[in-house]
Design a protein. Structure first.
Length: 433
C-alpha cells in the first residue's frame, strides 16, 4: 500500500493486548527486518518484520520496540527507537521517519533515536525480571541467515549473561491469530483488489497467451490500485504446470483445451489476500474438466461450514479428505472399497490431493500459527481443496478465505468460482469485443 493510510488505533490496541500477556517484570523487545543485500550496492525491496508492524505500523529498517508493561514510569512502558537523522541516506532515498511522524503512525508517545538504545537498554534491562525476545518460530521455518532478531538475541545473552531470557513469539502469535475489525477491513480491501485482477484475466484469457502475460494483468490491477503488489509470488500455471504446487516460473504458453490455475493475492497495509481460481483457457471446460472441477468446487463449498469455533485445522483436513474421497469415487478415480475406512481414505486421497487444505491468513500469507489451537471467532483461514492428475495434464485448486464464526463467512463469496459463472463471464467478454 503506497497511500499514507495509518491505523494507530489498531497498533495501540495490539500493544495493549500484548502488555496484558507479558508477565510482571517482563520486558519485550522487537527488531525490524533487515534491508537485505542483493548485489553490488542494491538491496532487496524492504519488507517489515510482521510482529513489529503489527505492534507499531512502522515500515522502516533498524527500528526497535520495547514493551515494559510493569515499569513504574508510564513513559517507559512503550518505547520506539528509529534511525537517527542521516542527510546522505535522505538525499538518496527520501526522508526518514521523524519522531513526530513515528508517533502518529504507531500511537507511541516515547519515540527515541536509535543512538539512545544502548544506554536505555543498560538501564531497563537491569530493572526487568525477564527479557522476552522475538525469534521466527514458524513451524516450518529454517534458515542459515542470521536475521536481526536472532543477532540481537545472541548479543543480549552475551551482554547480560546473568539475566533471564524468554520468548515473546508465542504471545504475539496468540494475538495475531485472531483478527481485529480493522484487520478484517484490510483483508477485505486486499481481496477486493485481487478480485478485480481476476476479472481482468477473464477479460483477456485466450489460447496462445503466455502465463506471464496473465501474471502481468493480475499485478497490473494491484499496482493500479496502490497496492505494493502481490503478497507472494503469483502461481500462473497452465495444463500440467498446475500439478507443480509452487510453480512460479509462469513462462509457458496457455494452449487450447488446457486449464489455467492462478493462485494469487494482493497485499494491502501488509495484509495478504490468497485466492486460487482455475479457468478454461478456451472459455469452456471440457466435459472431463467440468466433472473434475465441479467435484473440487463442491468440496470447497461444503468444507466452508467447518470453519467454526472449536474446530481444528486437523479436523478440516480430515473432513476435506472425506468429501474428496466421495467425489473421487463419483468420478471413477477411486472405488468404494478404496475409501471404506478413515485410514484407507487418507491413503487413497493423498495422491490426488497432495497438500493440506487450509492455513491461517493475515500479515503473512502463511500466517503465524499455534498448531492444534482450536479455531475461534475472528480467525481467518483459507479453504483450498485441490485435485491433481499429472497424467491428464490437469491441476485444479479453488481457494477462498473464510472468517471463522458460528456462521462462517466466506470473504471471497463475491469472486466467481462456479464453472457456469466463469464460462459465462469469459464468453460475454468475448462477444462484447
Ligand atoms: Mn493458500
Amino acid at each position: 500500500m503506497r497511500t499514507s493510510l495509518t491505523l494507530a488505533g489498531l497498533h495501540t490496541r495490539n500493544r495493549t493486548r500484548l502488555a496484558a500477556l507479558i508477565p510482571g517484570g517482563g520486558l519485550a523487545i522487537f527488531n525490524s527486518n533487515d534491508l537485505m543485500p542483493r548485489n553490488g550496492d542494491l538491496p532487496y525491496t524492504f519488507h517489515q518484520q510482521s510482529d513489529l508492524f503489527y505492534l507499531t505500523g512502522i515500515v522502516q529498517e533498524a527500528s526497535v520496540l520495547l514493551i515494559f508493561p510493569s515499569h513504574p514510569r508510564t513513559s517507559m512502558r512503550e518505547i520506539l527507537f528509529i534511525s537517527d537523522p542521516d542527510p546522505v541516506t535522505e538525499q538518496w532515498s527520501g526522508p526518514l521517519l521523524t519522531p513526530e511522524r513515528a508517533r502518529e503512525i504507531s500511537g507511541i508517545a516515547n519515540v527515541r533515536y536509535l543512538g539512545e538504545l544502548d544506554g536505555m537498554l543498560s538501564r531497563l534491562v537491569n530493572e526487568a525480571g525477564e527479557i522476552l525476545l522475538n525469534l521466527n518460530e514458524y513451524p516450518k521455518f529454517n534458515t542459515e541467515v542470521p536475521y536481526r532478531d536472532l543477532r540481537f538475541a545472541k548479543a543480549m545473552r552475551e551482554r547480560f549473561p546473568l539475566h533471564h531470557f524468554g520468548r515473546v513469539a508465542p504471545l504475539v502469535t496468540r494475538l495475531r491469530m485472531v483478527k481485529d475489525a480493522d484487520e478484517l477491513d484490510m483483508l477485505r480491501q486486499a481481496l477486493a483488489i485481487t478480485s478485480d485482477g481476476f476479472y481482468r484475466v477473464l477479460d483477456m484469457i485466450r489460447p496462445g497467451i503466455r502465463e506471464y502475460e496473465v501474471e502481468a494483468e493480475l499485478v497490473h490491477e494491484m499496482l493500479r490500485q496502490g497496492s505494493v503488489g502481490p503478497a507472494y509470488p503469483p502461481i500462473v500455471a497452465s495444463g500440467k504446470n498446475a500439478t507443480i504446487l509452487h510453480y512460479i516460473r509462469n513462462a509457458e504458453e496457455c494452449s487450447e483445451g488446457e486449464l489455467l490455475l492462478m493462485d494469487f493475492g494482493a497485499e494491502w497495509y501488509h495484509y495478504a489476500a490468497d485466492i486460487t481460481r482455475t479457468i478454461p483457457v478456451s472459455g469452456r471446460y471440457s466435459p472431463r474438466q467440468r466433472e473434475l472441477y465441479n467435484a473440487v468446487h463442491r468440496v470447497m463449498l461444503a468444507l466452508r461450514e467447518h470453519y467454526v469455533p472449536g474446530g481444528t485445522i486437523e479436523k478440516i483436513n480430515q473432513v476435506a479428505r472425506q468429501l474428496m474421497a466421495e467425489e473421487l469415487v463419483g468420478v471413477g478415480l477411486l472405488n468404494r472399497d478404496d475409501v471404506s475406512t478413515p485410514s484407507r481414505i487418507q491413503q487413497a486421497v493423498q495422491p490426488f490431493m497432495v497438500h493440506g487444505v487450509t492455513h491461517h491468513l493475515g500479515l503473512d500469507v502463511h500466517d503465524v500459527v499455534i498448531p492444534d489451537r482450536p479455531l475461534e471467532e475472528g480467525m481467518v483461514l483459507t479453504c483450498e481443496p485441490g485435485l491433481y492428475l499429472p497424467s491428464e495434464g490437469i491441476g485444479i485448486r479453488i481457494e477462498n478465505d473464510i472468517l471463522v464464526g458460528t456462521a462462517p463467512l466466506d470473504l471471497c463469496e463475491g469472486i466467481p468460482s462456479a464453472a457456469d459463472e466463469i464460462e459465462a463471464l469469459i464468453l460475454s467478454n468475448r462477444k462484447s469485443k
